[in-house]
Design a protein around this ligand. Structure first.
Ligand code: GUN
Length: 294
């Protein structure tokens, strides 16, 4: 193995400490940053994510409202709950864990969240600001990826960044952020309709795998010395007691022989997502100003 393995846990710990200090300063002004986390149903992966988010909030000294709703909750009930939290000045951020059960329209739910409380940066208004380069929230996972690149001094200016996957949460916003003038990367966005994926990935100085396909990116798809960032978190069934293991979109052992830098799964991008969420909650609380309940 020749690649530098990027330690996402260490980078995330530094960000979480920064969020803790911002929280301390807010509390001196009588404001306790507060995030409402809503989970509908009992999807095991979602359950583990919301538990991790509540733990991170507590560690940062923030308040977490842990709202668990049954699988049979109607869309109207969820929208009415969101309206009441939008109006509650003591809550600075609202996060509805995705995916939602099939009978609830994700789009309707995301659009119902007050944009100033949309710490995921999923609301059309916030996505529009992101595209236009206006100030606002940045989406947590893409922001975490950029922070890992920065932490390793991996140059983006003039670099060719290839993003594999066009999801609204990761691929699309990452492509837009990397192409911003401050970062100045040349971006290729690949997806399931791309012909000859290896041709494109081999051009990448920075290769970001966010397709949700375990082991998609192999050693022979990577340019020697490239930075390979693996956003995939795939549960692959096995015979262990847990019944599965986590696998990224990158075949780590092979890829590490070609790459200059690589992120592991777990312990790479994953911890950065929650750390950036803490940063967005602090930002929301700072921007709202005033003591809780004002
Ligand atoms: N499901 C998977 N990732 C995310 C995320 O970043 N935010 C929310 N709300 N749901 C998710």
């Amino acid at each position: 193995m020749s690649a530098i393995v990027i330690d996402g846990k260490a980078a995330a710990a530094a960000l979480r400490e920064e969020a803790r200090q911002r929280t301390e300063r807010l509390k001196e002004r009588g404001v306790t940053p507060c995030l409402a986390v809503i989970l509908v149903g009992e999807d095991p992966a979602s359950l583990s994510y919301v538990t991790a988010k509540q733990k991170a909030l507590a560690a940062a000294g923030m308040e977490g409202r842990d709202i668990r709703l049954s699988e049979t909750t109607t869309e109207a009930q969820l929208l009415s709950l969101i309206a009441s939290i939008n109006a509650d000045k003591s809550v600075h951020g609202i996060l509805v864990q995705l995916p939602l059960p099939a009978h609830i329209r994700e789009e309707a739910v995301i659009t119902a969240i007050e944009p100033g409380k949309d710490v995921d940066c999923f609301h059309p208004v916030n996505v529009g600001k992101l595209l236009l380069g206006r100030p606002g929230f940045l989406p947590c996972t893409p922001h975490g990826v950029l922070d890992l690149l920065k932490g390793q001094n991996i140059p983006t200016k003039g670099a060719h960044a290839v993003v594999v996957g066009r999801s609204n949460i990761v691929g699309k916003p990452l492509a837009v952020l990397l192409a911003r003038r401050e970062l100045n990367a040349t971006v290729t966005l690949c997806h399931t309709g791309t012909k000859d994926l290896p041709f494109h990935t081999r051009q990448a100085d920075i290769l970001i795998a966010a397709a949700g396909t375990p082991g998609l990116i192999k050693k022979d798809m990577i340019k020697k010395g490239a930075a390979v960032i693996d956003v995939g978190v795939n549960r692959v069934a096995d015979t262990s007691a847990r019944g599965y293991h986590l696998a990224g979109d990158v075949d780590f052992d092979g890829a590490a022989e070609a790459a200059g830098w690589i992120t592991p799964v777990p312990g790479g991008v994953g911890p950065m997502t929650i750390a950036m969420l803490m940063r967005n909650v602090a930002q929301a609380a700072e921007e709202r100003g005033g003591a809780n309940g004002d």
